[in-house]
Design a binder for this molecule. Structure first.
Ligand code: FCB
Length: 479
């Protein structure tokens, strides 16, 4: 047993000085103002307006009206004591058709947001792409087409030119796994296609887009800027150590994790991936030089973690393992019909996701051993619960506090073990549009009344703010 394992669970844990304490959001989930100031539809506008795609027919048309209320939202963050904020830029707000010059009003919104953050002493972390492709680019073929990656490079340059003087931390893509495999594989996310070959093509063009995006950012940003990517790496665990179960885990690790880590961090696709998927495609869409382009030096890796993935041999070919964002009739896992997905042990959140912070510890520890020079940030972690404003006007969410506490403890243990983790971004600042679940799932530290747009910080927001201000994780109340 190591010293850190021997520590009583209730001791206060001190995080390193300079550790960033943030919250995260994404443009389509919070902004609203979907047709204002020149913004044109993204694939999520189209998808959410298609009957039957999103719970209750909900859309992001208004969302939590952050486009008009961002000053109040930044004030809330400052009052809570956050030191960083991760947000995404809506591509169709700043370059409506995905081509050509920028729309000044769109850029002005993000400049105003960033200035407000800087004035409040909050460090902005900007994500260029959090799933909202301009619809015109999807009409031209979307991510399965190479041209979309090239468009992304041009878009990255345009945002960097506008905001490079004031944003220090840049992320190319958020969770490209979801874009490729939920968007084009299982179809539960926009654009809702169910074609495993298109999903694999999309994955490759996202890797390429990442590389082209990094190149464009480096060309435009001052040297002090940090550039990275946020991946939802699956903490894949085999049900048993039987060879079939180990092979199932290997296969899901390949198409869930190494499909990104290979090109982006190692400069090549893992050899087992084309072999596993050979019955679908010969991967001839990968052109000479592509993986070298995807393989750009990075300043950090963003890790998004919520729950582990438990697999075994013996899948029946049904659409199991939905990746957590809702099931469809197709699987998001190409050529993995023989893999069975299981509910991991642990209490469940309102998403049905098992709470198991050991997954975050294992993930961070493994990554830091595999890529010892690469700083890590937890760019998303959090939980949905059925929160309501009580008769006392407060929102009591002890489950969320327990969830975040356990995961921060896991981060701290990883840091003590040598992992270079430099910050934590809670998903999410505000209750928001949770993709296929619409407004039915509340992930916010701050409750939003969707009729009045009134914001009420939950107990977890006050608790997390105290952790952020002190840099110390105290023992869990009641522990
Ligand atoms: C992640 C997404 C984020 C949110 C959380 C719950 O996969 O990046 O937008 O939906 O899940």
């Amino acid at each position: 047993m190591t010293a850190s394992e021997a520590r009583p669970l209730t001791a206060t844990r001190h995080f390193p000085p300079g550790f960033l304490w943030g919250a995260a959001t994404a443009a389509y989930q919070i902004e609203g103002a979907s047709a204002e100031d020149g913004r044109t539809p993204s694939i999520w506008d189209t998808f959410s307006h298609t009957p039957g795609k999103v719970f209750g027919g909900h859309t992001g048309d208004v969302a939590v009206d952050h486009y008009h209320r961002f000053r109040d939202d930044v004030r809330l963050m400052r009052e809570l004591g956050l030191t960083a904020y991760r947000f995404s830029v809506s591509w169709s707000r700043v370059q409506p058709t995905g081509r050509g010059p920028a729309v000044q009003k769109g850029l002005d919104f993000y400049r105003a947001l960033v200035d407000e953050l800087l004035d409040a002493g909050i460090r902005p972390a900007l994500t260029l792409y959090h799933w909202d492709l301009p619809q015109e680019l999807e009409d031209a073929g979307g991510w399965p087409e190479r041209a979309t990656a090239e468009r992304f490079g041009a878009y990255a340059a345009l945002v960097a030119d506008a905001l490079g003087d004031r944003v220090e931390r840049w992320t190319t893509l958020n969770e490209p796994w979801c874009t490729a495999f939920l968007g084009y594989g299982s179809g539960v996310h926009a654009p809702g296609r169910t074609d495993p070959v298109a999903a694999l093509r999309a994955a490759h063009h996202l890797n390429l887009a990442h590389g082209l995006g990094v190149q464009a950012l480096r060309a435009a940003l001052p040297p002090r800027a940090e550039v990275g990517v946020s991946l939802n790496l699956h903490e894949v665990r085999p049900l048993t150590n039987a060879p079939g179960d180990l092979d199932a885990a290997r296969r899901i690790d390949a198409v869930g994790n190494r499909v990104w880590l290979g090109p982006m961090l190692d400069g090549a696709y893992p050899e087992d991936l084309p072999a596993d998927t050979a019955r679908l495609t010969d991967w001839s869409f990968v052109r000479p030089g592509d993986t070298a382009t995807a393989h750009q030096p990075l300043d950090f890796l963003g890790v998004n973690y919520y729950t582990p993935t438990l697999v075994s041999a013996g899948g029946d070919g049904s659409a199991g393992g939905d990746g957590g964002h809702g099931g469809g009739t197709s699987s998001p896992w190409p050529a993995a019909d023989e893999v069975a997905f299981h509910q991991p042990p642990g209490d469940l959140t309102a998403m049905g996701w098992s709470v198991d912070a050991s997954g975050l510890y294992d993930l961070l520890t493994r990554l830091s051993r595999r890529y010892p020079e690469l700083p890590l940030y937890v760019t998303e972690n959090g939980a949905a619960y059925e929160d309501a404003v009580g008769a006392d006007g407060a929102v009591h969410d002890p489950e969320r506090i327990a969830y975040v506490h356990a995961h921060l403890e896991a981060v701290h243990r990883a840091v003590e073990g040598g992992a270079d983790v430099r910050g934590y971004f809670l998903w999410s600042l505000l209750d928001n549009f949770e993709w296929a679940y619409g407004y039915d799932k509340r992930f916010g530290a701050v409750h939003v009344d969707y009729d009045t747009q009134v914001r009420t910080p939950k107990a977890s927001a006050h608790w997390y703010g105290r952790v952020a201000r002190s840099g110390e994780l105290p023992e869990l109340p009641g522990a």
